[in-house]
Design a protein around this ligand. Sequence first.
Ligand code: SF4
Length: 463
Amino acid sequence: MRSLVLIGHGSHHHGDSASAVQQAAERLRGPVGTAPGRVQNCFDEVLEGYWQQEPGLRQVLRTVASSNVTVIPLFLAESYLTETVLPRELGLGHQGPVPPGGVARVLGGRRVRYTRPLGVHPGMADVIAARATEALPTGTDPGGVTLLLLTARPGTGTPEAHARALSERGLFADVKVVTLTEPGATEAGLSEWRAHLAAQVGTEAAVLVPFFAHAGGGWQAQLAQALAGPGLPRLHVSGPVGTHPGVADVLLQLAGEGGQEERGDVDQPHAEAWAALRELAERGGRLGEVLLTPHGGLFELRHMLDEGRAAADLRTFVSPEGLRDFTDRDEAGRHRPVRTWRTLPRGWRAVLGPADLRLGLHLLYPAVVEESYAHAHHNLHCTPWASTARRQTGALAKVQRATPDQVDTVAAQVCAPCLRTRLWAGEVLGQTFFSGVPGGLPCAEACSVLLAAVRDEVGAGTA
Ligand code: SF4
């Protein structure tokens, strides 16, 4: 058995930030890799993890079912995040550039291999070319078109390498790397940027391909503002490279860079936790705000406050991803970076087969089954605040200066809507949902939302 974990940035505020990882994971859970000529998909499960939303980096490795795990950062360039933050938060004990075969560690009985980020793989040149040709009107000869590869971060060398590779292929008349305007540029600055762009194009038409992971983050509005002016050649604009379907193939190529891997075993503690959950689901029970009911060989999940409502009155989902997308927002449409906040919307039901139940619950309440089961069996490892704070670097290093009172004050606000009990702060959880207390969910370590809030509190105090 082998598991693949795709890691994205995520966001405390915008659900869009997860879209590239979500789309790639969904494709890889489907039949991609079974068609002739495609890279074979050798993974039995594909999970998602994020730096700034749940499933979080500290949780996600607990949720894999096998002892052989490949972790791919779905980022477009090597950076402080991919070389320092992600390996550290995953507990890999690695810092610095990642070699082509990745770095491998044994963590909690699992062999975990962490690869280079998606964007540096040479296969991304194919994705860029596909984005460009798909954006051109049907019948356009790309040999008469300039491809402009748009980046927000010049100088990483990654878009430049893809531009060189595409130039050598000769499919387009010319390939250039261009940089997005500064946010909030003045009209004079925008005009200068347009003149620079126009100077790059020696053909009648050009296609602009954003070397971005996803459509969120505000760059589209910034680009639209920059392009809304005179002096540009005939310009076609594609979608971002990170959400192109071809990314799934590149991910499988990247996963294969470590050479032939032996298949792993089923992770026993994980299997035991899910066997216990399955028993609970078969007799019916509550987990957090969710009511879990057996339903003719399937399982129905719904908000517990919707108990007794007719199915016809509720929106029905039959896939884990459909359930995830709907419950990603609260009833006011706000993103839910912490899934155990008591903001689960009502008005839905999910009907899932036994094979989909685990993924559905993983996306609804990440790591809750594994951590609650471990807590009930006295082997959940908790990380006290001081340890979490000590390992933070960059802008988050400020949290090391937070006083216990500041941490308590911020946690009282951030954690107030959360179902979890803060074991990392010394709170006691006697019973879990496994023993009939639906809200009995452990929190083993401060989450990224709390860390960011403490950082802001410390920053406000020193301003
Ligand atoms: Fe919930 Fe607080 Fe734990 Fe974050 S730190 S998961 S908000 S209890």
